[in-house]
Design a protein around this ligand. Structure first.
Ligand code: NAD
Length: 516
């Protein structure tokens, strides 16, 4: 008879380290600390569903610039003067989308598939081809309500990344006490290399395939990196097209334009939520944001809005890094001017790079600038161990999802740099998405002041509970009650935030039980 023990002693295979296993380290740490019920742990450590699908589209014709030495061959080619230059759409990679209407009524000179634009430059005409894109939707958990999470359009995405981001949504929705679960998805694409009409076609096709998997009571997407209210409008249109009771479906996506059922305050909500946490952090220390200096990585929706709000509170932005470069001004960057610069339609890469009110520096130098706080608001994994050792800030407020690697996290704790972890810091966006969803359900429109007041309460109340868990100070005040969540010993802030999430989710399994 085989010895059972022998089988038992075979070590389990070591799981490969991925962005998902990294992200889940904190889940396991907090689950160990609170002794999370084993079955709840199994339910939460992998997503409910992982959907991968493919979408195809027919791209438009392009004009691709020739390198100067190749262009010389066409020195004698007469210039083509376009009657309707609006038909040419510039892309961030230097190409143009050539819409048919651009050439209508123009005197066109083409040689060997090349033309010279009267504005300068020789271009090769590349006919639009059909292309396939990989798309994802990960639905992590719905114990507390419908799956909820953003849609990311980015060239560096993967199933593991979306699993990590979907799980983060489960923690986040629990932390800010909104009745949703967690999901995330998107398309592997660099949206800046595609024209407006191409993005529209890709988005519609994406929803065509996604439609059977989601719904206003099932799974509710929202904007994330590379998507915006326009994309949400397209997703809504495609989801609801031709439906009899279309008006009842408006809550299928959040982050819509306010003219079509979006909420006042949603665009700035994530940045505002980060700012509320920072404000409360300083208030508790008996000081304020006024006069503090800060650094921002990423100047998109989250980074630019948090910078604008802190600037309006009297803080000084010293440096910004984004995908294209890094800028610095020791006297403080004029944030409204920087936002105008980034949003100028001529700034195709939407980058801070080249802003005249600051000097260029290297990305690595950003992390060595002495400042009161750093706000990572770009992508995940940017604060590595090496960077964590060099930081000269006292506080990190994580606007981005998962910006700090597990190794960096340990160094930040050892160096006593304070932390407002992502799952509370950037939960303002999903909180106002919830308000949008309620407004859609009730067919109401709340004022921005009302939205911001509720958001402030939601953020600060739960941030205070997390702080109490971390310090092991169970108490009840007018605003919050941390007695149920403190665990009898002190823990670091990241663990405290996860404990709050896990205790709230676990209660659903304990009180409702498991479906069989
Ligand atoms: P966005 O697309 O509006 O902006 C992203 C910014 O990051 C851009 O400035 C871009 O240049 C910069 N960036 C990209 N790659 C970079 C790199 N390698 N190095 C430096 N900068 C880089 O995206 P967003 O909506 O502002 O989201 C930013 C982060 O916040 C993401 O991690 C996202 O998941 C998280 N987040 C967003 C929301 C929301 O409501 N938008 C909510 C919660 C969390």
């Amino acid at each position: 008879m085989p010895d059972q023990e022998v089988f038992m002693r075979v070590p389990p295979p070591t799981p490969k380290r991925t962005v998902y296993t990294d992200a889940m380290q904190i889940f396991h740490r907090a689950a160990d600390v609170i002794g999370l019920a084993p079955r709840v742990r199994l339910e939460l450590e992998e997503p409910d569903y992982e959907h991968i699908f493919y979408i195809t589209t027919k791209l438009k014709d392009r004009l691709v610039p020739l390198a100067p030495d190749q262009a010389r061959e066409f020195g004698d080619l007469p210039a083509t003067k376009l009657r309707n230059p609006d038909g040419l759409e510039p892309l961030a990679d230097g190409n143009y989308i050539l819409n048919g209407r651009a050439l209508l009524g123009s005197d066109v000179s083409i040689r060997g598939g090349h033309l010279r634009l009267s504005e300068g430059g020789v271009y090769k005409l590349v006919p639009g081809e059909s292309r396939r894109f990989k798309a994802y939707r990960v639905q992590h958990n719905q114990a507390r309500g419908p799956y909820k999470g953003g849609i990311r359009y980015h060239h560096e995405v993967s199933l593991d990344l979306f699993k990590a981001l979907a799980a983060e949504m489960t923690w986040k929705t629990a932390i800010v006490e909104i009745p949703f679960g967690g999901a995330k998805g998107g398309i592997q694409i660099d949206p800046r290399q595609y024209g407006k009409e191409e993005i529209e076609a890709i988005t519609l096709r994406f929803m065509y395939k996604l439609k059977r998997l989601i719904g206003p009571e099932v799974d509710i997407p929202a904007p994330d990196v590379g998507t915006n209210p326009e994309v949400m409008g397209l997703l809504f249109r495609q989801y609801s097209d031709g439906e009899n009771e279309r008006h009842t479906l408006r809550g299928v996506v959040t982050g819509k334009d306010i003219r079509i059922g979006g909420s006042e305050g949603r665009v700035k909500a994530t940045g505002r939520g980060v700012a509320f946490c920072i404000e409360d952090y300083y208030a508790e220390k008996g000081t304020s944001v006024h006069g503090k200096t800060f650094l921002v990585q990423g100047f998109g929706n989250v980074g630019s809005n948090v910078a604008e709000i802190l600037h309006s509170m009297g803080a000084r932005l010293l440096a910004v890094n984004d995908a294209e470069g890094t800028i610095y001004n020791g006297d403080g960057i004029d944030v409204p001017a920087l936002i105008s610069y980034v949003q100028d339609p001529k700034n195709l890469k939407r980058s801070v790079f080249g802003f005249p009110g600051a000097q260029r520096i290297n990305k690595k130098d950003l992390f060595e600038i002495q400042a009161d706080l750093l706000i990572p608001a770009a992508l995940g994994g940017e604060i590595t161990a090496e960077i964590a050792e060099r930081l000269k800030v006292r506080l990190i407020a994580e606007g981005a999802n998962g910006p700090t690697t597990p190794e960096a996290d340990k160094i930040i704790t050892r160096r006593c740099i304070d932390l407002i972890p992502d799952i509370i810091a950037n939960a303002g966006g999903v909180t106002v998405s919830y308000y949008e969803w309620i407004q859609n359900k009730r067919m109401e429109a709340w004022s921005e002041a009302e939205v911001n007041r509720k958001l402030e309460f939601g953020m600060k109340r739960n941030w205070r509970i997390i702080r109490d868990i971390s310090r092991n100070v169970p108490r009840q005040t007018e605003m919050h009650d941390s007695r149920r969540f403190c665990i009898g010993k002190e823990v670091d802030m990241r663990c405290a935030a996860m404990i709050l999430a896990l205790k709230r989710i676990e209660a659903h399994y304990q009180l409702e039980g498991f479906s069989q």
